[in-house]
Design a protein around this ligand. Structure first.
Ligand SMILES: C[S@@+](CC[C@H](N)C(=O)[O-])C[C@H]1O[C@@H](n2cnc3c(N)ncnc32)[C@H](O)[C@@H]1O
Length: 213
């Protein structure tokens, strides 16, 4: 079983984790970094736009953009339990008919992933070893804006994640966390024709938003 085997994501982002996260989302709304990502993606308006939410989890980003007037969304997730949670929540909010759900590794799905005006990767790139391919896929699909939430590219975060990964490996957890270099992400995005629009550093997570030049 390697990192990109979809069963790894089903096992890690399982039904219990999805249930817990959904409960917290219903109680508290989107987390701070997701709210910032939503606001920055929507900075030039969302009316009638399409959304691609890769690794959407319980769906906070596309639910919010649809509520603000986006026309439709595609939710691509490698975790079946998270997709089910997002779909159930969309049904509860009366917006499920505006969302298409795709199960699998977005990189492996490749050509099946459509373009969209706004593309989100909220805390997804840090679960994936091949930043270049995942970010290239997302950037080439973004007609207007691409937003990512990734760990801050700082020495203490690298040290902490390295320790966490060591513990995870000892416990035979196959899903590791990756702190990809911010400049490398920006270079990959630039190769697809997008330029930095905004950036914000939180304590652990940073929000990077790019716009088509
Ligand atoms: C840490 S969770 C974040 C979920 C949500 N975006 C949030 O911020 O709460 C990572 C999510 O990305 C998904 N994921 C990771 N790599 C993926 C890939 N290559 N293609 C599709 N989904 C992926 C996982 O299945 C999981 O749902």
């Amino acid at each position: 079983m390697d990192c990109c085997d979809p069963s790894v994501y089903d096992d890690h982002f399982d039904a219990k984790r999805a249930r817990d996260q959904l409960r917290a989302y219903r109680r508290d709304g989107p987390r701070g970094w997701s709210s910032r990502l939503i606001a920055e993606l929507a900075a030039d308006g969302v009316d009638g736009l399409t959304v691609l939410d890769i690794g959407a989890g319980v769906g906070a980003v596309h639910h919010a953009l649809l509520a603000q007037g986006a026309a439709s969304a595609v939710d691509v997730d490698a975790s079946g339990p998270y997709l089910e949670a997002a779909q159930g929540e969309a049904a509860r909010r009366g917006i499920a008919d505006r969302v298409t759900y795709l199960k699998g590794d977005a990189v492996a799905l490749g050509d099946a992933i459509p373009e969209a005006d706004l593309v989100a990767l909220d805390r997804v790139v840090c679960c994936y070893p091949d930043m270049d391919r995942l970010v290239t896929l997302a950037a080439t699909r973004a007609r207007r804006r691409l937003g990512l939430v990734v760990p801050r590219d700082d020495a203490w975060i690298r040290a902490f994640i390295a320790l966490e990964n060591r513990v995870a490996s000892l416990g035979k957890r196959p899903l590791l966390t990756y702190v990809h270099r911010t400049h490398a992400i920006t270079e990959v995005v630039a190769a697809a024709g997008l330029v930095p629009a905004s950036g914000h550093k939180g304590r652990i997570w940073q929000t990077l938003v790019y716009a088509r030049a």
